[in-house]
Design a protein. Structure first.
Length: 249
């Protein structure tokens, strides 16, 4: 994956939402990309280059298959594409949680395909100028091609963190769970001040702006599909309640 010899490998990108488009823009120079997204008639990159729109069967039959769909839809999609995957294919997901997608892919996808779970720790807003320098988590699932994937991602300029799905979800329950939770509450308060601000508030507002436009499916995955998110939320709200009681005394 990603070597000069393999630049003509086919890559089936299933899902062309905001992150799917970012993935396509990043990978277009390295693969022959075929896009499948029934909700879209065209797949065009910001540079004006059009990618091939194709059927689900054709996308699933590629050398590399990237599942860029909401976590809630993953099991159904895996069940549909399982008989379409070619032997020896590499299948990756890009979900915000990892325990559930990894379990689904291991259970549903055929034994003769390699599987790697990934979570890019960035999105279309934070990586608007490129992915270089950003972090991505790689979780080995089946086969040993996660090493090849990690090497290719480093070639793209990404910082690669290889770990288990469980370790990922434990840490991201805090990292993403609290970020999105706080952002959701602050957005609900109305327009945030932008005149008399401090440096710390500017950073907070910047963090909110990075996630305010994420689709509801992302928040659901982070807060509901992560098995450790509820415990983190409970601890946060308990701490906030205790602080409020002290301030009200």
């Amino acid at each position: 994956m990603g070597s000069q010899r393999e630049k003509t490998q086919t890559l089936g990108l299933i899902g062309f939402g905001a992150f799917g488009q970012l993935a396509a823009r990043t990978l277009a120079a390295h693969f022959d990309i075929r896009v499948c997204d029934p909700a879209r008639a065209h797949a065009t990159l910001p540079c004006g280059r059009s990618l091939r729109m194709t059927t689900l069967e054709d996308a699933a039959g590629c050398d590399v298959v990237v599942l860029a769909v909401p976590v809630a839809r993953l099991r159904h999609l895996c069940g549909v594409i399982a008989p379409m995957l070619r032997k020896g294919a590499l299948v990756l997901d890009v979900g915000s949680v990892k325990v559930l997608p990894v379990r689904v892919m291991r259970e549903v996808l055929p034994d003769d395909v390699d599987i790697v779970g990934t979570h890019p720790l960035f999105g279309p807003q934070s990586a608007a100028s490129g992915v270089q320098g950003h972090k991505i988590v790689v979780c080995p699932v089946r086969g040993d091609r996660h090493r090849q994937v990690a090497a290719f991602l480093r070639h793209l300029g990404l910082q690669v963190i290889t770990d288990t799905a469980d370790a990922h979800d434990r840490e991201l329950a805090v990292v993403q769970g609290l970020t999105h939770l706080i952002a959701k509450v602050l957005v609900g308060l109305g327009p945030l001040p932008d005149r008399m601000t401090t440096a710390s508030f500017d950073l907070l507002r910047e963090a909110v702006d990075m996630v305010r436009d994420d689709p509801p499916t992302v928040l659901h995955a982070i807060e509901v599909s992560n098995p450790y998110a509820a415990t983190v939320r409970e601890a946060f709200f308990t701490g906030a309640s205790e602080l409020q009681q002290r301030l009200d005394m």
